[in-house]
Design a protein around this ligand. Structure first.
Ligand code: SPV
Ligand code: MG
Length: 351
């Protein structure tokens, strides 16, 4: 059976370009899968924002891995993990690759900034890069550690982000390819795609490119495809921005309207959330739920009642819950009330 990493590689080979959506939670990954994305990006920026923190190496590897495991448990999509600088030197990278592969990632993106890093899109921030040889060592360590040969090691150069220019970006990208990187991620914070288009045209390496068009969103799939050497596009911060936009608007409307009487019409009905939670897989959502009440006095049955139960009792109904109450009269006699909730699911039978 093909691993998810192998699937991701063959999707790139067959379709020329894969679309990867940023994610910060299992829910956002489920929605990305339903929308038709080819994979999810376990984004450091998104997870930092989810914790209400800046993307400045404040989120630990453990926090990131915990979320990645939760995401892997709820989506069948391959996960491209944003491991920032690899949490330290080449030794840390070895540990990183082992842990991320084990947690369910299909690829890692490791960047040539020095630790601690600051988010690439911040304007007026200084970005330090590590020496080329040092970063080559990290790539080599990652390659030597992966157990699935299809697990992708993507080298990200921040040369344009650091203001070092295209020559340096190309020089670094070539060095990272020589170290064995499967793909090169070239990032830019310029508000138009000119730097990326120019880099892509100048790139004569043998491995394909990855881009993250956060700062230059007008760079659409048609324009990306036209360049011919970009195989992966990561929509890097769109999930958390979409979530924050929706929450802010909803919360403000509830305050302004003095209630949820208007805004609820524009929100997903709770039944849709049940579906996203996979509730129908664990609790019967169709069929008939009914209750039975059994009363006994002094140990002898004296009353039995049942709400609208189905006529046919096959297949057997499922007992969801039973609660028992003992009621003692002043004279000392007692009655036992037993309330049971049953579910009859005609097509699926028992849970
Ligand atoms: C992320 O999503 O964490 C990224 C992309 O690394 S960016 O924030 O644009 O640097
Ligand atoms: Mg990041």
């Amino acid at each position: 059976m093909m691993t998810k990493a192998a699937r991701l590689r063959s999707a790139m080979a067959e379709r020329g370009l894969v679309n990867i959506m940023a994610t910060h939670s299992p829910l956002s990954a489920i929605l990305a899968e339903q929308a038709g994305f080819d994979g999810v990006w376990a984004s450091g920026f998104e997870l930092s924002a989810l914790y209400g923190l800046p993307d400045m190496s404040l989120i630990s590897m453990t926090q990131h891995l915990d979320m990645l495991r939760a995401v892997a448990g709820r989506t069948s999509l391959p996960i491209v993990a944003d491991v920032d600088t690899g949490y330290g030197n080449a030794i840390n990278v070895i540990h990183t690759v082992r842990e991320y592969e084990r947690a369910g990632a299909s690829a890692i993106v490791i960047e040539d900034k020095s630790f601690p890093k600051v988010t690439s899109l911040a304007v007026d921030r200084h970005h330090d890069l590590v020496r080329i040889q040092e970063f080559q060592g990290k790539i080599e360590a990652a390659l030597a550690t992966r157990s699935d040969p299809d697990f992708l090691i993507i080298a990200r150069t921040e040369a344009l982000i650091a203001g070092l220019g295209e020559e340096e970006a190309l020089f670094r990208a070539r060095a990272y390819e020589r170290a064995g990187a499967d793909m090169i991620l070239i990032h830019s914070k310029k508000k138009d795609p000119s730097e990326i288009e120019s880099f892509s045209k100048a790139w004569n390496g043998g491995v394909p490119l990855v881009i993250v068009p956060n700062a230059y969103p007008e760079f659409d799939v048609a324009r990306i495809r036209a360049l011919g050497n970009i195989r992966m596009v990561i929509y890097g911060n769109f999930a958390i921005r979409a979530a924050a936009t929706a929450m802010r608007e909803t919360f403000l409307r509830i305050i302004a309207d003095e209630g949820a009487q208007n805004v609820h019409r524009d929100l997903l009905p709770v039944e849709d959330v049940f579906q996203l939670q996979g509730m129908e897989k664990s609790i019967p959502m169709n069929g008939v739920t009914y209750a039975s009440l059994f009363v006994s006095a002094g140990g002898k049955p004296c009353h039995y009642a049942r709400s609208a139960a189905p006529r046919r009792s096959q297949p057997k109904p499922t007992l969801l819950s039973t609660t028992t109450h003992r009621y003692t009269c002043a004279a000392g006699s007692w009655k036992l009330f037993e309330l049971s909730v049953w579910h009859h699911q005609p097509n699926c039978g028992r849970l």
